[in-house]
Design a binder for this molecule. Structure first.
Ligand SMILES: [Ca+2]
Length: 306
């Protein structure tokens, strides 16, 4: 008898969610929801969007616009940590139809149409965005964990043509604005083992510490990215003024048919003093031992600054 009483409210919640989503809701569980073909307006244009949500964050992917992640926002205040406007918005793959990474040449995946589907994630909610040419297949899996702001992204590029592709590598280009609007308040912190770098300007940086972050001084919000340094070749900041990129490159290989390159990264949106410290001390992130206390003190000081 008790089981029936418990089931009724659960069912009504699921049915309500279906109605609200106009029948486009194709995945829902206790961790969150996944919607495809939602209407989405960006800079005056209409798009079809995929939307992943959990209790804390919302992720919006535009399959027809290069599979871009155009929104990674906190639900509490709507602050989108990716920059959705400008000439090359959101997070996207910079790889050409022949597998090249030079953006000045060729036809780019980030300008083309992706397929988007909902995956059955072990936990959380998950999308796969994919696109192919005759030469290259791009796959990007994006997952939100239950009850966490963590966004996990697994990217794989595969040579599906008959020719060898030289210096085949992952290149991900996110246009970033920590804390939502106003990039003037953002500090980009990049750690390197041998020289500790703060408030990064345009440059290449060694990826040897496995993390970097952008911090909005006014909103007290941090966008932290973590990665495995052994998978990463280069991290790069470009900061012309109104928006900035924190771009990254995987290790290059000379890829023959069937060879793949891949990269696994995590983003976190952190809003409280001490959260960066806890993550850095959790042992999942490599930092130079001698510098760890100094890095943590400096990050905590950012939260205390006016
Ligand atoms: Ca900002």
């Amino acid at each position: 008898m008790h089981k029936k009483i418990i089931l009724i409210p659960v069912l009504s919640i699921i049915l309500t969610a279906f109605v609200l989503a106009d029948n486009n809701l194709i995945g829902v569980n206790e961790s969150g929801s996944a919607i495809i073909n939602a209407d989405y307006k960006l800079n005056g244009e209409n798009y079809k969007a995929g939307i992943l949500e959990n209790s804390l964050v919302r992720l919006v992917v535009l399959p027809d616009f290069g599979g871009r992640v155009i929104e990674y926002s906190l639900k509490s205040n709507g602050h989108n940590q990716f920059e959705p406007s400008g000439g090359n918005p959101g997070l996207k793959d910079i790889i050409g139809e022949n597998g090249e990474s030079d953006y000045t040449k060729g036809n780019y995946f980030c300008q083309n149409v992706y397929q988007l589907k909902v995956l059955n994630a072990e936990k959380g909610v998950s999308f796969l965005a994919s696109a192919s040419t005759d030469y290259v297949k791009v796959e990007r899996i994006m997952t939100l964990d239950p009850g966490s702001t963590r966004l996990n992204i697994k990217i794989k590029y595969t040579n599906i043509g008959s020719e060898i592709i030289e210096k085949f590598k992952i290149r991900v280009h996110p246009s970033i604005n920590a804390g939502g609007n106003d990039t003037a308040d953002d500090i980009i912190v990049v750690p390197e083992k041998e020289k500790i770098i703060r408030d990064a300007k345009e440059n290449d940086y060694r990826p040897d510490c496995g993390w970097w972050l952008a911090f909005d001084k006014k909103e007290k919000e941090t966008l932290l990215m973590t990665f495995d340094p052994s998978e990463m070749d280069d991290i790069y900041v470009y900061r012309p003024g109104n928006s900035y990129n924190m771009e990254y490159f995987g290790k290059p290989i000379d890829a023959k048919k069937g060879d793949s390159v891949s990269l696994n990264i995590n983003y976190y949106i952190l809003t409280e003093k001490g959260q960066v410290e806890r993550l850095l001390k959790s042992g999942k992130i490599n930092v130079a031992d001698k510098e760890t206390p100094r890095i943590i003190n400096e990050i905590n000081r950012l939260y205390d600054s006016k």
